[in-house]
Design a binder for this molecule. Sequence first.
Ligand code: NCD
Length: 318
Amino acid sequence: MGIIFKSRDIIDINDFSKEELLFILKTARKFDPEYVKKDRSNYTIAQGKIAALLFFEPSTRTEQSFKSAAQKIGMGIIGFDDPEATSIHKGESFSDTIRIMNSYADVLIMRHPESGAAGKAADVADIPVINAGDGANQHPTQTMLDLYTMMKEAGPPSREAGRLDGITVALMGDLKYGRTVHALSIALSHFKVKQIFISHPSLAMPAEFLQILDKRGVKYEQLDQMPSDLQADFLYQTRVQKERFKNLSEYKKIKDKFVLDASFKKFLDRGVKLMHALPRVNEIDPSLDAHPNAIYFAQARNGLYIREALLALVLGRI
Ligand code: NCD
């Protein structure tokens, strides 16, 4: 049986096997100018199809890169990013909103502040639903672009699928509320990757995710400060998720504990590649941006290729 993506929802990274993840990464290369030298004119792939973007929570990269990806493969786009400007303001229920958008589009892309909201939308919709972030839970398409970035950066293009095997990835900052690191840690557990979690104890990786790693026999370490001799191929820095704190004084107490200042340059010089899903607040000093191993802007660009691939796949157009 081949891998079939047509009509599939993309809700939870746990729904994807290693083979499926690798297949998505491989498909993304077809849209990436670093791999495709001549213009392949992808703009007709999904012509006539409509993407509905339902953003119940703010976004820059995820929303704009989905919009760009959809249009680059020929789709039209509809949707909203200010729910207050829709009938939700008049009291329309979530499921009615989904049902209506379902009848106007071919794929729904949704970001929502509640964990599990994307799954609820998928229960109502009969077109594919893509989770663009549900509360503190997950952000699977971010994970796919993170994996894609690591694969591209971790070694020569000849080392195909096993390219992630053998590397060490440190995840730092807000590991409790950061949905990007939850899904990324699970996805990395398919590979022989050592994971290092660095955070204030109150923002540690939740037990439910560590249990999955334990079950899969993944090697990991938990640290409450950045080691002075950090040995890692990638350091994935995160923003402390202010909006998820119930108590703002708690946030203020820990928000600056894990910032990377200009002195982090010595690690970049040693070959540690620095990633971040962005937006950053103050957790990466801008003086590091110009370093070739500060790869967060390239990482954000990779989101475009992953999202073009995912849209084409769930529409059955590739
Ligand atoms: C992340 C998110 O929204 O979860 N950003 C993104 O999608 N690129 C990370 C964050 O907001 O800190």
